[in-house]
Ligand binder design. Structure first.
Ligand SMILES: Nc1ncnc2c1ncn2[C@@H]1O[C@H](COP(=O)(O)OP(=O)(O)OP(=O)(O)O)[C@@H](O)[C@H]1O
Length: 214
């Protein structure tokens, strides 16, 4: 995998079966974000292959893109809109519904906001929220997307204890429901159900050049 003309790592191979969460660990600059952005189709896959349910796919292909929700370092929301407006907008885009969100989806959104202690903050301009609240909205967006594959770059960043607990529980529930996630962290996010891939000590990784998901 390349960044800025430099090879970050070679020979990466991993499988991510349905119902599993992979934690990416590694020191600053080891390539966690680059790998996630490549899996999200935001950077080109220079070598190797990505397989989705056994089928070779370009990470940028529409069929693969429909399966994933990506959360980068930024929450990907508009500061001038409220959190609620941002979520409604994201949901409308995700489900390609040009008009109103269903009452059921609206109820689900309110429930997730309640779980994340965001009910009051939901009516404020997004730009006025704290870092932890912004992170929580980003996570709500991913959860509400209903996508099977979650690609999360330091989702634990700025979260308090209660937020970390919610995150671990939500990832566990997602896996139990057959979902998949790749989660980069260099903090202490503990996911006992998730194997870890340490990009700093890459010798631990099985030789190969492919990534198989689903
Ligand atoms: N667009 C880019 N152009 C040039 N170099 C880049 C680019 N993106 C990333 N890099 C370099 O690639 C390396 C890996 O960066 P990356 O952000 O993937 O690491 P990381 O493991 O996520 O780091 P951190 O833990 O600090 O978030 C770094 O040395 C970085 O400078």
């Amino acid at each position: 995998m390349h960044a800025g003309g430099r090879v970050l790592f070679r020979g990466l191979h991993f499988d991510l079966p349905s119902g599993s969460v992979l934690t990416l660990r590694g020191s600053n600059g080891s390539g966690k974000s680059t790998l996630l952005r490549t899996l999200a189709g935001l950077l080109p896959l220079r070598a190797g292959e990505l397989r989705w349910c056994g089928q070779s796919m370009s990470p940028a292909s529409a069929d693969y893109q429909r399966q994933l929700a990506y959360l980068g370092h930024q929450p990907g929301m508009n500061d001038a809109l409220t959190g609620l407006e941002n979520l409604r907008f994201a949901l409308t885009l995700t489900h390609s519904h040009p008009t109103a969100i269903s009452a059921q989806a609206e109820d689900r959104m309110r429930e997730v906001l309640r779980q994340l202690d965001l009910s009051r903050a939901a009516g404020l301009a997004f730009g006025r929220l704290s870092q932890g609240q912004r992170r929580r909205f980003g996570l709500a967006r991913v959860l509400l997307s209903g996508k099977p594959l979650w690609l999360l770059d330091e989702p634990d960043n700025a979260l308090d204890e209660q937020g970390l607990h919610w995150l671990a529980q939500t990832l566990g529930n997602h896996a139990a429901a057959g979902g998949m996630a790749v989660v980069a962290t260099h903090r202490g996010l503990q996911l006992p159900f998730s194997p870890a891939l340490d990009l700093s000590s890459f010798a631990q990784v099985r030789a190969g050049k492919d990534v198989a998901l689903c």
